[in-house]
Design a protein around this ligand. Structure first.
Ligand SMILES: Nc1ncnc2c1ncn2[C@@H]1O[C@H](COP(=O)(O)OP(=O)(O)OP(=O)(O)O)[C@@H](O)[C@H]1O
Length: 266
């Protein structure tokens, strides 16, 4: 069974800029009011145990896709499943199978790190989870922060807690939306060591990042998104070879500007 399956997924936003005084303008006078297609007929499959990269420039639709997979938003068309569970019709099972590390630093300032992780465990109906919480804290270098208040942590530390939160219910599939944005070299290394270990122990990982050297080192397969469409999907090595690039960054720039001549592999 596939870890993630996305079939003909589209998402059209009715522009948020419709709000306020703009709503009184006729739509032809204000192009910002036109509906916006953030994802356009996207299909792909991630197999169990893969380390899969979802890359693309700002605004390509990566976070939109992740929100749909996490059931935080609804598709305009198409469907998606996690470990065979439809993200809409079988939301609970799909959500239980998935851990998401969000891009934005969202946290409750009133709780300590341990309380935050206990609370998150409770959302999944898991009680007495402290052994696993301790293991996660240890692996993320957070043991000595367990009783610190969330608001007293640095940005990088808060990001570690977001990673810990995504793991409390031991999900088989983990999605990381730019997890290393704004974190120091030490955390990067320890975070990737931990994620690679999780992957080797059977977890499926889906990663978005703008650090292409990280994606090149970690991902076995990569999908490139541009303006809501998949413009390339292949193994990391094949993507680089197909454009004769020395590294993924060169391949990325080439594909984004010139496209691929051949058909997209699936
Ligand atoms: N709620 C919303 N309402 C209207 N438009 C939105 C909404 N959320 C995202 N968009 C638009 O959809 C497009 C895709 O956004 P998304 O956040 O998915 O991109 P991204 O690939 O994650 O970008 P980044 O790399 O900057 O995080 C952007 O043009 C964005 O402005």
């Amino acid at each position: 069974m596939s870890a993630v399956q996305v079939q003909h997924l589209s998402k059209v936003y009715n522009s948020v800029r419709n709000a306020g005084w703009r709503r009184f303008l006729p739509s032809r006078a204000d192009p910002a009011r036109a509906p916006f297609r953030a994802l356009d007929n996207v299909s792909f499959t991630v197999e169990e145990g893969e380390f899969f990269g979802l890359l693309g420039p700002n605004g390509a639709g990566k976070t939109t896709l992740i929100s749909l997979l996490a059931g935080l938003s609804h598709p305009t068309a198409g469907s998606a499943s996690i470990c065979g569970f439809d993200v809409a019709a079988q939301y609970k099972q799909a959500r239980r199978s998935l851990g998401v590390v969000p891009q934005e630093l969202v946290y409750d300032p009133f709780f300590t790190v341990r309380e935050t992780l206990r609370l998150q465990s409770g959302y999944f109906g898991i009680h007495r989870n402290d052994d696993w919480i301790d293991e996660i804290l240890h692996n993320l270098g957070l043991t000595d922060k367990a009783d610190a208040n969330m608001r007293a942590l640095s940005g990088g530390m808060k990001r570690r807690v977001l990673v810990a939160q995504a793991l409390v219910h031991r999900p088989p599939v983990i999605i990381l939306d730019e997890p290393t944005a704004g974190v120091d070299v030490d955390l990067r290394r320890s975070l990737w060591d931990f994620i690679v270990r999780l992957n080797k122990s059977g977890h499926t990982i889906m990663l978005t990042t703008h650090y292409l050297e990280e994606a090149e080192a970690l991902c076995n397969r990569i999908a490139l998104l541009k303006r809501g469409q998949i413009v390339a999907l292949d193994t990391t090595q094949a993507l680089m070879a197909r454009v004769g690039g020395r590294d993924l960054e060169e391949a990325f720039v080439h594909i984004m500007h010139n496209g691929l001549q051949e058909e997209i592999a699936s």
